[in-house]
Write a protein that binds this ligand. Structure first.
Ligand code: GDP
Length: 394
């Protein structure tokens, strides 16, 4: 109101000064808001929304990814930061102690059955046949079963019979069969400028997404910065499921539209991992066993596209322990189409056929690195041959 009255009274110089002051106030105010917004995005515990990967276009060739506009934290719409209610995952050490009892419960009949047979006063042909049957029934596989029986026969003959000897000999031979010399370390160490990349593959329903979620917790418990890639775009709800796992421990999920191109999402998640300077990017994939060629094309493409920006350090194949020979056949197909570096055996709590550990390692020449022992969030443990065998014989 006063301004029109005052204007004629002001000199040109005074007017210029007022305009400059108003301009400075406006610029400072806007910059302050932007900085505050960025700071909020960087706050630990601030809820970070999933990044939608750009929808792949028809004719898009993920072999030569477009410079996909992965959105950065500054661009993402940021909701008000909620009070952080993040869970604290259990450490890997604690898990082994707790889950060993569960393993003993499910696999006890195999170990105890064998022990009872071997402790008999007289080890006749019928007893050896029963031992063989027990091993085959527990999915140990024909080759490893014959090998073990041969060794046990010789040692029991030479070292004498009796419950105590039988237990010791059986323990030693089972540990040897599970092979403690295999390297079971998970390659999840960040390189100088790149996160470690872990690709998780396997048939749908084996527990792949659950395993990725559980594994994220294992890594968070080790103070690692994790990014999840929801590249299983074929199973409805797989991305939601993964995102929920991530949110529970403050881990961000990169996802795309349902039915979108898995390779594009895998690429975006690794790009995001690099931008966030993450330690590990875990990529969940679709496990449609339509045809071997289809699977090979799909997984091969996902891997090649990731390798445009980072090395794939680990390819984990998830196998459902309750599916026995069928699971083994499926595992063989996956191993033929992609170089598997480690196995995850899920649902060992739901079967007495723990012999699959031996059979699948033998079949694929790849170590079991993790075992799933329940539906609980922390029911995934690193695999340890001695602990496993001890649990069988508990
Ligand atoms: P995906 O299709 O391979 O991604 O399978 P999901 O991760 O959705 O898992 C399928 C089902 O298996 C879910 O109900 C999981 O809770 C269950 N599951 C996964 N791992 C385990 C495990 O170690 N033990 C048990 N009992 N269930 C499991």
């Amino acid at each position: 109101m006063l301004t029109p009255l005052l204007v004629p009274l002001l000199t040109d110089q005074a007017l210029i000064t007022i305009v400059v002051v108003i301009a400075v106030i406006l610029v400072v105010g806007t910059t302050g808001l932007v900085v505050a917004r960025r700071r909020r995005a960087e706050l630990p515990g601030a809820t970070k929304p999933p990044i939608e990967a750009a929808e792949p276009q028809v004719g898009d060739d993920a072999e030569e990814p477009r410079d996909t506009p992965t959105r950065t934290l500054e661009d993402a719409e940021l909701p008000e930061a909620p009070a952080a209610t993040l869970e604290t995952p259990e450490s890997a050490q604690g898990r082994l102690v707790r889950l060993r009892a569960r393993l003993a419960r499910s696999q006890g009949s195999l170990g105890k059955g064998l022990l009872a047979l071997l402790s008999r006063d007289k080890l006749d042909e019928e007893t050896w046949e029963d031992i063989e049957t027990t091993l085959i029934t527990a999915d140990v596989g024909v080759g490893p079963t014959q090998e073990l029986v041969e060794k046990l026969r010789t040692r029991m003959r030479v070292e004498g019979v009796g419950a105590a000897q039988a237990r010791e000999i059986l323990r030693e031979e089972l540990v040897a069969l599970v092979d403690p010399s295999m390297d079971r370390t998970l390659n999840v160490t960040r390189k100088e400028t790149q996160p470690a990349v872990v690709l998780v593959v396997g048939v749908n329903g084996t527990g792949k997404t659950t395993t990725v979620g559980k594994l994220a917790r294992v890594l968070v418990a080790e103070d690692k910065h994790v990014v999840l890639g929801a590249a299983d775009t074929f199973r409805a709800a797989a991305a939601d499921q993964l995102q929920t796992w991530g949110e529970r421990v403050g881990v961000r999920t990169v996802r795309g539209p349902e039915g979108g191109d898995p390779a594009s999402i895998a690429f975006d998640s690794v790009k995001e991992g690099i931008a966030e300077e993450a330690d590990v990017v875990l990529v969940d994939t679709a496990g449609r066993l339509h045809t071997k060629t289809g699977l090979m094309d799909e997984l091969g493409k996902v891997k090649r596209v990731i390798e445009k920006s980072a090395e794939v350090d680990e390819v984990l194949l998830v196998i459902d322990a309750t599916t026995g020979q069928n699971g083994l056949t499926q595992a063989r197909v996956f191993a033929e189409v992609i170089d598997v570096t480690g196995l995850v055996l899920t649902k060992l709590d739901g079967t007495a056929k723990g012999g699959i550990v031996i059979a699948v390692q033998r079949e694929l020449g790849v170590p079991v690195k993790l075992v799933g022992l329940g539906e609980g969030a922390d029911d995934l443990a690193p695999f340890d041959p001695e602990q496993f065998v001890d649990a069988l014989l508990d």
